[in-house]
Ligand binder design. Structure first.
Ligand code: FES
Length: 251
């Protein structure tokens, strides 16, 4: 269950262009969070909280790793905080990736940009279930690449950059066919990427996680709605998602 919690910063490090890794400590969230959930972070002086996905959990140390891009004054302010300082979050928020009961043997993880981090915690959990993991990770340029080694430890990993400055050139959808056999996929990234991925893999079962600028983050303001296919209605990304089965929503 999501709660308002105080987290204490253990470390802050810039790991790629405009990309910051922050490790925070909180006993409650570190025991409860599942892959795909996020922290709704309060930044001093800003009314709107920032949704930041959980990139990793260390239950023993009671720590949560988050990765975020500095895209404005709020995230820049967050990145400027130091170890020992604290801030409040709502978490663990949203519905994460379902892995229980997934009988698939080989899983493809497809991440784009700041959509890559939640797939690491997911991949780690899937590896514990003895799944074979293949990852296709897309970034704009070489300077944006992060977490490559961590994914390589999980399994075969393809890096794609839009300008070809590192790894394969192009988009994640250009490289999926090189991944070989897989029977289920999980994807997280910007909407155009998810549209292209779900169209390309229309015959495969999978789950996607939507990145969205949110308002309240708790299902009250309707700022994050997305149309559904079947029900003629809408789902709220913050509280029904951010993770959905590919058939659940219309991108
Ligand atoms: Fe308010 Fe989702 S952000 S309902």
């Amino acid at each position: 269950m999501m709660k308002k919690e105080n987290v204490v910063i253990k470390s802050v490090e810039q790991i790629a262009l405009d990309t910051v890794e922050m490790v925070v400590k909180n006993p409650y969230i570190s025991q409860k969070a599942i892959p795909g959930q996020f922290l709704h972070v309060s930044v001093e002086g800003h009314t709107l909280r920032r949704p930041i996905s959980i990139a990793d959990i260390n239950r023993e140390n009671k720590t949560i790793t988050i990765l975020f891009k500095m895209v404005g004054s709020g995230t820049a302010k967050l990145a400027a905080l130091n170890p020992g300082m604290s801030f409040d979050v709502l978490g663990p928020s949203g519905n994460g990736f379902q892995t229980e009961g997934n009988e698939s043997s080989t899983i493809l993880l497809i991440g784009g940009g700041i959509g890559v981090p939640p797939l690491y915690y997911l991949g780690k959990e899937l590896a514990k279930q003895n799944k074979e993991i293949i990852s296709v990770l897309g970034y704009q340029t070489r300077a944006n690449v992060f977490s490559e080694e961590m994914f390589r430890r999980l399994g075969k990993t393809f890096i794609v950059t839009n300008d070809g400055s590192y790894g394969e050139k192009g988009f994640v959808t250009d490289v999926i066919q090189k991944a070989g056999y897989f029977d289920y996929y999980y994807s997280c990234g910007p909407l155009p990427m998810l549209k292209a991925v779900t169209a390309k893999l229309a015959d495969k079962p999978g789950m996607i996680s939507l990145e969205e600028r949110m308002g309240c983050g708790v299902g009250a303001c309707m700022a994050c709605v997305i149309p559904t296919d079947s029900e003629g209605g809408y789902k709220k990304i913050c509280s029904d998602g951010p993770v959905f089965h590919t058939q659940e929503v219309s991108l």
